[in-house]
Design a protein around this ligand. Structure first.
Ligand SMILES: [Zn+2]
Length: 353
C-alpha cells in the first residue's frame, strides 16, 4: 500500500485497528522536538521522520488499563516489501488481579502478525511511546525478555514522546540488557555470605533444581533457586511449566513463599542451573527480585545479593558470580517508585517482627 493509498483508506475510516496506516497528521498534531541526546542517537532525517509519524499514530493507540488507569500507547513505522506500515500496540489489563498485556509486547506481537517474525526482526528499528511524562523507567522484565527474542535488540531504539511539551526522548534498548556473563566472578568469600551459609544455599538451590516441572523447558534453562531472608530462613523453588505456557518462574516462586510467611526482607538469592553452564536468569525473574530488593531499600537494608552458581561439568571447583538486581535490571521500576508511601504502610502492617 502506498502512503497515498493509506491516506485514502484512513480518510475512508478503514484504517482503524491494530495495524494502522500512516495517518496524515491532523491540525492538532503536535510538533515534536528531539532532545539533544536524542538528535545524537538519531542523526538520520528519514528515521526521525518515521519516529515522528509513529508518535502521531501512537496518540490514538487503543488501550484498556481497567485497573491501573495507566495508558501505554506504542507504535512503530516499518518498511516492508517497499511499503511503509504503521503498527500500533497498547496495554490492556484483564483479570481481577493485576495482570496485563503490555504496550511493547502488544506492539511487537502485532508487527509479527502483520509481516511475520523474521521480517519483524529486520524491520523494527524503534518502538515509540506516547505519554504525558517520559522518564518513568525502562520496560519491565517480561517485556525485555520478549523484545530480546523478537527484535534486533542490540540496535533497537526506545522512543518516548512527551505530550506535555512535545519533546522526544530516545534511548538504546541495549542499555537495559545485562548478560549473565557480565555478572562479576567473585571468590566465595566475596559473595557476602559466610562459607557455611553459602554452601547451605548452594545445596538448597541444587536440590530444588531436581524438582519443578520441565516438560517443555530445556535442561539448560531449568533452574533451582534458594532465597535467604534476614530472619535466617531459606525458601526455595524450581521452575514449572505447563501446556498453556504460563511459566512459573523459580525466583519469583521462592520470593512468593517468603512473602507468604511475611518474611519480606531478603539477604541473598542463589541460582543454580545445569553443570558446565552459567545459569541464565530471565528478566522477568530479575523484575521479581528487583521489587523485593526495593523493600530492602525502604528499610535501609543492603540490596539483595544475587548469586549465580556455576557448577563444573566434571571435576573442578564451583564458581560464583555476584551482583544485585539493581545492576542486573538497569532502569527498572517497582511499586516503591510509584507508590512509596503505600509500600511503607504495607511493610509496616505486614512484615514479620
Ligand atoms: Zn512490560
Amino acid at each position: 500500500m502506498t502512503r497515498a493509498a493509506a491516506a485514502l483508506l484512513a480518510a475512508a475510516g478503514l484504517c482503524s485497528g491494530v495495524v494502522g496506516c500512516s495517518r496524515a497528521p491532523g491540525p492538532l498534531a503536535p510538533r515534536w522536538t528531539l532532545t539533544k541526546p536524542a538528535e545524537e542517537l538519531v542523526p538520520d532525517p528519514e528515521l526521525r521522520a518515521r519516529i515522528v509519524r509513529a508518535l502521531d499514530a501512537a496518540r490514538s493507540a487503543g488501550t484498556d488499563p481497567s485497573i491501573s488507569k495507566f495508558h501505554v500507547r506504542a507504535a512503530t513505522v516499518i518498511q516492508h516489501a517497499g511499503v511503509e506500515r504503521t503498527i500500533l500496540g497498547g496495554n490492556s489489563e484483564y483479570a481481577r488481579v493485576p495482570e496485563a498485556i503490555h504496550g511493547e509486547t502488544s506492539l511487537m506481537n502485532h508487527v509479527i502478525n502483520a509481516v511475520g517474525p523474521d521480517a519483524a526482526r529486520r524491520a523494527v528499528s524503534f518502538i515509540a511511546f506516547y505519554g504525558e511524562q517520559c522518564g518513568g523507567g525502562g520496560s519491565c522484565g517480561d517485556c525485555r525478555d520478549y523484545l530480546i527474542t523478537t527484535t534486533r535488540w542490540e540496535e533497537l531504539l526506545i522512543v518516548c514522546g512527551q505530550a506535555s511539551d512535545h519533546t522526544v526522548h530516545v534511548e538504546r534498548f541495549a542499555r537495559s540488557v545485562v548478560s549473565e556473563d557480565r555478572f562479576p566472578l567473585v571468590a566465595s568469600e566475596a559473595t557476602g555470605l559466610p562459607a557455611a551459609r553459602l554452601e547451605h544455599l548452594a545445596q538448597a538451590a541444587i536440590e530444588a533444581r531436581t524438582g519443578g516441572v520441565s516438560l517443555f523447558t530445556s535442561a539448560e534453562e531449568h533452574l533451582g533457586v534458594a532465597a535467604l531472608t534476614t530472619t535466617g530462613k531459606v525458601y526455595r523453588a524450581a521452575g514449572a511449566d505447563d501446556a498453556a505456557f504460563h511459566y512459573r518462574y523459580p525466583l519469583g516462586a521462592a520470593l512468593q513463599q517468603a512473602a507468604t510467611y511475611r518474611d519480606y526482607f531478603v539477604q541473598a538469592i542463589l541460582v543454580a542451573g545445569p553443570p558446565g553452564r552459567i545459569p541464565r536468569l530471565c528478566y522477568r525473574d530479575r523484575q521479581y527480585g528487583y521489587e523485593s530488593s526495593s523493600f530492602n531499600r525502604k528499610r535501609g537494608l543492603p540490596p539483595i545479593r544475587l548469586i549465580l552458581l556455576e557448577q563444573p561439568a566434571g571435576a573442578g571447583p564451583r564458581r560464583y558470580r555476584a551482583t544485585t538486581f539493581e545492576e542486573a535490571l538497569p532502569g527498572a521500576f517497582g511499586a516503591a517508585d510509584f507508590m512509596p508511601d503505600a509500600v511503607d504502610r504495607f511493610l509496616e502492617q505486614r512484615a514479620q517482627r
